[in-house]
Design a protein around this ligand. Structure first.
Ligand code: HEM
Length: 453
């Protein structure tokens, strides 16, 4: 091959800073796709740059996604910003590699897989209804993103943590939010910095979860709880053939906190953007409403949604997929080359980062015709989704294990909102990435109860 063993073209920019600032600015201004397209025009499909202080190769397209998500874990490792391990700890799934990754992940997935999660739909249903009573009922305006974050926090606390509402949980929410702020802060650990506060609050948050783990263990031993009560109890109850716990307490604590981190803003963002799209697309909204009203009609008053009801929400699910195609909450991520690797005729040197970006295939017109058109029907035929092209949850052995929980939360929330309320946007329609996708003003809407025909 002509380019065999050549490092990709591009520039590593200013030492340490590299192109991080330009890229972060583009994310913030919602022009990151254009920023990457300009690179492709300048350097071709594979190029080098420097992000977060590390030499990086940017690759995109179906073959690139396959390469990133389905490669051997002895060649490609996951790569997070350094603050991730510092704040969350080094035993969380994002940090560990095989065989620990496989062991911890299998434990989480035995709880998060569809066959297991279907018994928790009633709990999610209860949380959504409680949420609507408090944050929607009688209101004329609602700012959607912040209230959806409360909803996804409550659902995860209930299903995964078994954490009852109260003072302890409020303290946990505060610590968790400071921890989140710490992730995105400049990682300088000096007193009074946001990063320092993030580190400090992470210790408090983990301490609270550790106490919860002890409480659950005591309850289990007294036979006062079923192992399936919540994810923590489930993980505490897991033992291998020799009777040894499958996960250490530290692994349980770090991975339930990671699950909250992975599922909190992401799912809230998806529900928020669906609400935005339903306001912008009256025909789509009418079709969702029709499907959801059919289901509502078959239920007695106060009866919870079931697994079978969710299976009937076929059109609504396409709306969710189309929303995640056009507005993936996570723009992209990184892997690290553990050895010299060749991709598309170029050398990716050992130790370099590899950067993948979801919109580069989501908005590719050869994969999704008229990519800027919001068209849920493109997913009517499953076969029409080209492989390795729709990656809001990533793919392969590190694909998001929370995707089924996200599906349940989203469908249940949309069911109750659309059948009970109508809304219109009351401020600009803009959004940005910081780096998580968000409407610039949190999406304030005017709401009123839906008059049923
Ligand atoms: C719509 C909502 C969600 C989106 C868009 C999303 C997206 C993602 C993405 C892109 C990854 C990284 C994949 C990679 O690097 O290859 C990921 C990983 C992960 N997500 Fe989600 N996620 C969502 C909801 C959730 C929920 C509800 C949970 C709670 C259980 C969760 C837990 C995780 C965990 C634990 C990982 C790490 C997996 C691993 O490294 O093996 N996510 N998610």
């Amino acid at each position: 091959r002509r380019y065999s063993k050549r490092i990709p073209p591009g520039s590593l920019g200013i030492p340490l800073i590299g192109q991080s600032l330009g890229f972060l600015r583009a994310l913030h201004n919602n022009t990151a796709e254009k920023w990457l397209e300009d690179r492709i025009r300048k350097y071709g499909p594979v190029s080098k740059l420097s992000i977060l202080g590390k030499p990086t190769v940017f690759i995109h397209g179906q073959a690139a996604n396959k390469f990133v998500f389905h490669n051997n874990s002895s060649i490609l490792a996951n790569q997070q910003p350094e603050s991730f391990a510092k704040i969350l700890g080094d035993r969380n799934l994002m940090e560990v590699s095989a065989p620990d990754h496989k062991r911890i992940r299998e434990a989480l997935v035995s709880f998060l897989k569809p066959e297991s999660l279907k018994q928790y739909i009633g709990k999610a249903d209860e949380e959504v209804r409680k949420h609507i009573e408090i944050y929607w009922k009688g209101k004329q305006t609602v700012t959607v993103l912040p209230v959806m974050k409360i909803l996804t926090f409550d659902i995860i606390c209930s299903l995964l943590f078994g954490f009852e509402q109260g003072k302890q949980r409020d303290q946990f929410l505060y610590s968790f939010q400071e921890m989140l702020n710490g992730f995105w802060a400049v990682p300088i650990n000096l007193p009074f910095t946001q990063y320092n506060r993030g580190l400090r609050e992470s210790v408090r948050a983990q301490k609270l979860v550790k106490e919860l783990v002890h409480e659950k263990r005591v309850l289990l031993e007294k036979k006062g709880a079923s192992p399936r009560q919540d994810l923590i109890t489930f993980l505490v109850s897991m033992h291998d053939e020799d009777g040894k716990p499958v996960l250490t307490d530290k692994e349980i604590v770090q991975n339930v906190v990671l699950s909250l981190l992975g599922g909190y803003e992401t799912s809230a963002t998806v529900i928020t953007f669906i609400i935005r799209q339903l306001a912008n697309e009256p025909t789509v909204c009418a079709a969702v409403l029709q499907e959801q009203q059919e289901i509502a009609k078959s239920k007695a008053s106060g009866e919870s949604l079931t697994w079978e009801d969710l299976a009937k929400m076929k059109y609504t699910w396409r709306v969710v997929m189309e929303t995640m195609r056009m507005f993936p909450p996570i723009f992209g991520g990184f892997r690290k080359a553990l050895t010299d690797i060749e991709f598309d005729g170029y050398l990716i040197p050992k130790g370099w980062q590899i950067f993948w970006a979801a919109p580069m295939t989501h908005m590719d017109s050869s994969l999704f015709p008229e990519p800027s058109k919001f068209d849920p029907n493109r997913f009517e035929k499953q076969a029409s989704v080209p492989p390795h092209s729709l990656i809001p949850f990533g793919g392969g052995p590190r694909m998001c294990p929370g995707n089924e929980l996200a599906r349940i939360e989203t469908l249940v929330a949309i069911h109750y909102l659309v059948t009970r309320y109508e809304w219109k946007l009351c401020a600009d329609n803009l959004f940005s990435r910081d780096p998580m996708l968000k409407p610039t003003q949190g999406l304030p809407i005017k709401v009123w109860p839906r008059e049923l025909a």
